[in-house]
Design a protein around this ligand. Structure first.
Ligand SMILES: [Zn+2]
Length: 310
């Protein structure tokens, strides 16, 4: 990257222009999309966030997500589906505690195939809606009876639903949008007074981030367009107008992804990868489970949950 280009760089999280290109760049170990070569990762010396530069256009963004992207995969297998359903039901109980309103009008950004709505809905007390950029999945979700708008959250017009959402969720999504500040403003518009903004995102400065470096699973390069530290996310939420911001640890599988990236990228093991995972995936999860649990217990995990109110 030339000095001229570097001079124009500004951090999408705090908007300052004091950034530098990371000396060692991550790669797309999971999907190896061609378009990844057009981007690099910068670090903001002001807020500590890291971000992809140049910022992709919407058209470029769509090229970052191949047809076999894991969130589009319909089949999970019995074991993973059971774990997923249990996790969703635990999540439903957490969400029910965040507001006394019933039914809770929950709007999800990046609703995927709505499988989480089915699992959360089994607890009862929710009314679901959302937005999904994959047209086929959005159509299937509508056919299944869910109120899902087709397109990106960037394209979504919030006028009709403004001020009506009790809980707006962005699970592993805020790091994927081109302009996080604009997205938070739109989230604020959609939320009812006292409504809750809830989601998950990778956390820079975790033990995994330091241990695995460029192979860290949280990079998910180039699809994670910016990565927050706990402090930079807290500042962005406050600056965007949210109050009662709380950021807590989330138990996650990123160590397994980091180890997979290391095996592929550093050791060059000739493992076939499909849908972002090799056939060793379950084994890698088992091997790294103690690390996931340790990171969680010492509050240095790879992922954080944010909760903030309008
Ligand atoms: Zn910054």
């Amino acid at each position: 990257m030339t000095q001229d280009t570097l001079a124009q760089i500004h951090c999408p999280v705090c908007c300052t222009s004091s950034s530098h290109n990371l000396a060692v760049q991550p790669q797309d170990y999971e999907y190896d999309v061609d378009i990844a070569a057009q981007f690099s990762l910068c670090s903001c010396t002001s807020c500590g966030s890291e971000f992809v530069w140049p910022r992709p256009t919407l058209a470029q963004l769509q090229h970052m997500y191949p047809e076999n992207y894991y969130a589009y995969d319909q089949e999970m297998g019995h074991f993973w589906q059971t774990l997923y359903d249990r996790r969703c039901r635990a999540e439903a109980k957490r969400l029910l505690k965040l507001t006394s309103r019933r039914p809770i009008r929950l709007f999800d950004v990046g609703a995927g195939d709505c499988r989480h709505f089915r699992a959360i809905g089994s607890i009862g007390g929710f009314e679901f809606s959302g937005v999904e950029m994959n047209k086929d999945m959005a159509r299937a979700a509508c056919d299944a009876g869910f109120d899902i708008s087709d397109g990106t959250f960037e394209e979504y017009n919030p006028t009709e639903r403004a001020g009506t959402v009790d809980i707006l969720t962005m699970n592993h999504l805020i790091e994927h949008v081109i302009d996080p500040q604009a997205m938070l403003k739109k989230a604020l518009t959609l939320l009812a007074d006292g409504g809750v903004f809830y989601g998950r995102t990778p956390k820079l400065g975790s033990l995994g981030n330091r241990l695995f470096g460029r192979y860290w699973g949280g990079y998910h390069f180039p699809r994670h367009l910016h990565l927050f530290t706990k402090q930079s996310l807290d500042a962005l939420l406050h600056d965007s107008g949210f109050r009662d911001v709380e950021i807590v640890e989330d138990l996650n599988l990123f160590p397994a992804l980091s180890l997979q990236n290391l095996l592929l990228g550093k050791l060059g093991l000739p493992l076939t990868i499909d849908g972002g995972h090799t056939r060793l995936w379950t084994l890698l999860v088992a091997i790294t489970a103690p690390l996931s649990i340790f990171d969680f217990l010492v509050r240095r995990g790879d992922c954080m949950i944010f909760i903030a109110r309008k």
